[in-house]
Design a protein around this ligand. Structure first.
Ligand code: NIG
Ligand code: FE
Length: 433
């Protein structure tokens, strides 16, 4: 799946005016690559702003009074759908760069066990966790899965998200992983936003391969990856590299196969235990996600690479952990940091980017400005779509989120409430119910 953009752009001309704060994310400096250090705070806010979109793209950005003087607009105003934002805040649509939306049921027993004191690892060892999601998933028909994914995408859009990375990973057979990717493709086709699909066949070793994980890794490398690549069902391959899942050596093997078949890579890293990152950097991963336990040496290495550290504080919150990833250390050392929901039934059943941002501010001491950039432009870098997503600039896709607040800092401030009042996805307007 190269891109689902071609079928998406809405030809309708669209003008948003009277935007109290238009948070463009246009950089003040011209440093290439993902935002780092002080660059993560550059929001490029225009007061009383306006955005003109045409053919699913942004064509001009500036103060409302300048937009209204535009000769093209004066001539064509009747053809333009005009939205008076009445001093609200407009951001680039959020880019949620880490989600697992293709599952059948919530894991409520795991939830209760954890409240009673069991850890994520203990629950998995006792037969809960990811493996307990497999049986229902394998039996599920594709149509049911498509409807579930579509409902999630719509709900995400209602919270301001317009680009979503969606992983497979709850089937763990060749057939059911392909079914999962097909469900992502079919749901994406019916959603005006943009979906980037990831094969996560290496989520855990399924029961039938326990004790012979190498055989399972071979199935991932020799069957799942080639088939997903050939059918263009995925752009990325992900691996859960950690204790109880896949080793660093197995991750390298899987990355080699991905490389061979032209797929880019990303990985769940250092969520439960510290794993050296350096050997994996030669694969130029788009992102390393979770990153709860990272060595100082690896932080220094990452500061020299474009691999994004994608932090998912919803997982730490939901697992009831006291510790969160060291966002401050990573940012201050110059590592590019993104934020994502990690929407999944085991560790992070939230699809709200504002919730992830609020946790980033209160628990990881990121400033609201850093949280905004991490949830937009750096998410776009983590998905390698920064050329068309993540900022409000002429030439980029018309992906916008309107929030019924006066100041962008209110987005992480009013935690638990959804203040998103409208989204624009590839030029199509969607209003949350
Ligand atoms: O990102 N860590 C691995 N994968 C998910 C959890 C998936 C699950 O528990 O169902 C995560 O936290
Ligand atoms: Fe995850």
């Amino acid at each position: 799946m190269k891109s689902n953009r071609k079928s998406k752009p809405n030809g309708q001309a669209l003008l948003l005016i009277n935007i109290g704060q238009l948070v463009t994310l246009q950089p003040a400096s011209s440093k290439p690559g993902p935002r780092r250090g002080p660059g993560l705070k550059e929001l490029g806010i225009i007061e009383d702003g306006a955005v003109l979109c045409l053919g699913g793209r942004i064509v001009s950005v500036g103060p409302t009074k300048d937009a209204l003087r535009d000769p093209w607009l004066k001539k064509n105003r009747r053809k333009v759908l005009e939205i008076d934002c009445a001093s609200k805040v407009v951001l680039p649509g959020f880019v949620d760069s880490h989600t697992h939306p293709v599952f059948v049921s919530p894991r409520l027993v795991d939830f209760e066990k954890r409240i009673e004191g069991a850890s994520y690892e203990e629950i998995a060892e006792a037969g809960g966790g990811i493996r307990s999601s497999l049986e229902g998933f394998r039996k599920a028909g594709k149509r049911v899965l498509v409807e579930k994914v579509l409902a999630v995408l719509r709900d995400m859009a209602a919270h301001g998200t317009t680009t979503v990375e969606a992983k497979s990973g709850y089937g763990l057979t060749v057939e059911s992983e392909l079914k999962s990717l097909e469900a992502i493709r079919d749901a994406a086709y019916r959603w005006p936003g943009t979906v980037v699909a990831t094969l996560l066949g290496a989520h855990v070793v399924p029961k039938e391969f326990q004790g012979c994980s190498q055989k399972y890794v071979e199935a991932v490398c020799k069957e799942m990856i080639p088939q997903a690549a050939k059918r263009k069902l995925a752009q990325f391959v992900d691996v859960f590299c950690d204790q109880g899942a896949f080793t660093a050596a197995e991750t390298e093997q899987i990355f080699e196969a991905a490389e061979q078949y032209g797929l880019s890579v990303r990985a769940h890293m250092c969520q439960l235990t510290e794993t050296p990152l350096q050997p994996l950097l030669r694969f130029n991963p788009a992102s390393f996600d979770h990153m709860d336990h990272v060595s100082e040496d690896d932080i220094a290495q990452l500061a020299r690479h474009d691999t994004v550290a994608t932090l998912v504080p919803g997982a730490n919150y939901f697992l009831g952990l006291k510790e969160y990833p060291r966002a401050r250390r990573l940012i201050d050392a110059g590592v590019p940091v993104a934020l994502a929901t990690d929407y999944n039934p085991g560790t992070s059943p939230t699809l709200s980017m504002p919730t992830a941002m609020s946790l980033a501010c209160t628990q990881m001491k990121m400033s609201p400005a850093e949280a905004v950039a991490a949830a937009t432009i750096n998410g776009a870098w983590a998905l390698r779509v920064a050329d068309r997503k993540g900022t409000i600039e002429p030439g980029k896709d018309a992906d916008l989120a309107v929030f019924a607040v006066e100041d962008y800092r209110e987005i992480p401030y009013w935690f638990g409430a959804n203040r998103c009042s409208l989204t624009v996805m590839n030029g199509s307007v969607a209003c949350p119910q």
